[in-house]
Write a protein that binds this ligand. Structure first.
Ligand SMILES: NC(=O)c1ccc[n+]([C@@H]2O[C@H](COP(=O)([O-])OP(=O)(O)OC[C@H]3O[C@@H](n4cnc5c(N)ncnc54)[C@H](O)[C@@H]3O)[C@@H](O)[C@H]2O)c1
Length: 341
């Protein structure tokens, strides 16, 4: 297939794009390179790779990028609650209006398949975390980030985009090493701070959420792209592993087996919009998809990459969607909560 990956220079997009090329697909990335484009460097040697450097809010760039495309994987966004809260106007313009523009333009261009990267944050705070949220659970978006994701899900699954096979993937929070490294994701951040700073402050350690390795997230997208189209048309799948729902205190325990000697301070928080446990049974039973890497594997991988020093200064703003981190474990930008992706 000829596949357009929006946001292909990002944490997930750079892993996915290379994997698609290696599987024999032609890949065109549309990305405005807001965190730079280094994660794409290894792809320039492939004849099946193309970059359209542009913005999803620019309809002519989107139209150009969609020429002769069979399938779209739409990842481009301002990603995470804190990044959206920092620039709500841009978040609304990109994540909602820009994304709706991409969906409609893809439909008009005759694209066959459209995979949209959504999030398990859409489930919001659950009143009873002994119950696992399935794809049919009520959506309670409690942040601008989740609100914009829900709006795009509705458009893609609604009648307006009916001739295109739209699939929504609600990802657990990602972790692991990527060419565009992110240390503002909980597992990666905790490992980095416990290893590099020897100090971690954890807010709301009792709240639950699910986690999935970034390479498994890319595999899930590829699984959807290669599934019979009628199996994935108008479907929603949570992406992760049911055994990989954790509280932050659990993560600290698992990281503590790999990284010793760090001081961890727990700050209790009464409320967190991200308190949910999720079932990943549908993607397993429908598509046979099961993640191959666990949180412990990701911790080992992230620890090794930090220890080898290949990333240079781990607090660098390039490794975060919310700016540079101070070595104390606090985020440089004042007023930003610290342990959320
Ligand atoms: N990382 C996670 O834990 C997670 C969890 C659930 C869902 N998701 C979703 O997966 C997708 C990828 O996330 P990620 O972690 O790779 O994020 P990322 O921030 O690393 O990547 C986003 C990419 O989108 C590009 N982009 C942003 N605005 C753009 C615009 N206006 N036009 C063109 N390109 C633009 C950026 O340059 C970047 O390369 C996002 O849609 C995100 O909401 C991620």
């Amino acid at each position: 297939m000829k596949i357009l990956v929006t946001g292909g220079a990002g944490y997930l997009g750079s892993i996915l794009s290379l994997a698609l090329i290696e599987e024999g697909h032609d890949v065109r990335v549309l990305d405005n390179l807001m965190y730079g484009g280094r994660a794409l460097l290894s792809m320039f040697g492939h004849s099946r790779f193309e970059l359209t450097a542009g913005d999803i809010r620019d309809s002519s760039a989107v139209e150009r990028a969609l020429a002769n495309i069979d399938a779209v994987v739409h990842l481009a966004a301002i990603v995470g609650d804190p990044a959206c809260a920092r620039d709500p106007e841009a978040a609304r313009a990109i994540n909602e209006h820009g994304s709706l523009g991409v969906v409609r333009a893809a439909q008009a261009a005759g694209v066959g398949r459209f995979v949209f990267a959504s999030t398990c944050s859409n489930y919001g705070r659950m009143s009873d975390t002994s119950v696992l949220a399935t794809e049919d659970h009520d959506l309670r978006p409690l942040s601008l980030y989740a609100e914009t994701k829900v709006a795009v899900e509705r458009e893609l699954l609604g009648a307006g985009a009916a001739s295109m096979a739209g699939t929504v993937l609600r990802f657990a929070t990602l972790f692991g090493v990527s060419p565009r490294m992110r240390f503002d994701l909980t597992v990666n951040q905790f490992v980095m701070e416990m290893l590099a700073h020897r100090k971690l402050v954890v807010y709301g350690e009792r709240f639950w959420r699910p986690y999935v390795h970034v390479r498994d997230a890319a595999r899930a997208i590829m699984t959807v792209l290669s599934a019979p189209v009628d199996v994935v048309r108008s479907q929603v799948f949570n992406v992760g592993h049911t055994d990989e729902n954790y509280r932050k205190v659990d993560l600290v325990g698992i990281i503590g087996r790999r990284v010793s000697g760090a001081t961890v301070e727990f700050v209790s928080v009464a409320d967190d919009p991200r308190d949910y446990k999720v079932s990943f049974e549908r993607i397993r039973s429908t598509l046979g998809f099961v993640p191959t890497r666990r949180v412990a594997d990701g911790i080992e991988e992230v620890a090794r990459v930090i220890e080898t020093g290949v990333l240079g200064k781990v607090e660098d703003a390039a490794y975060s969607n919310i700016g540079e981190r101070a070595p104390s474990g606090a985020i440089a930008a004042p007023g930003t909560p610290i342990c959320v992706p």
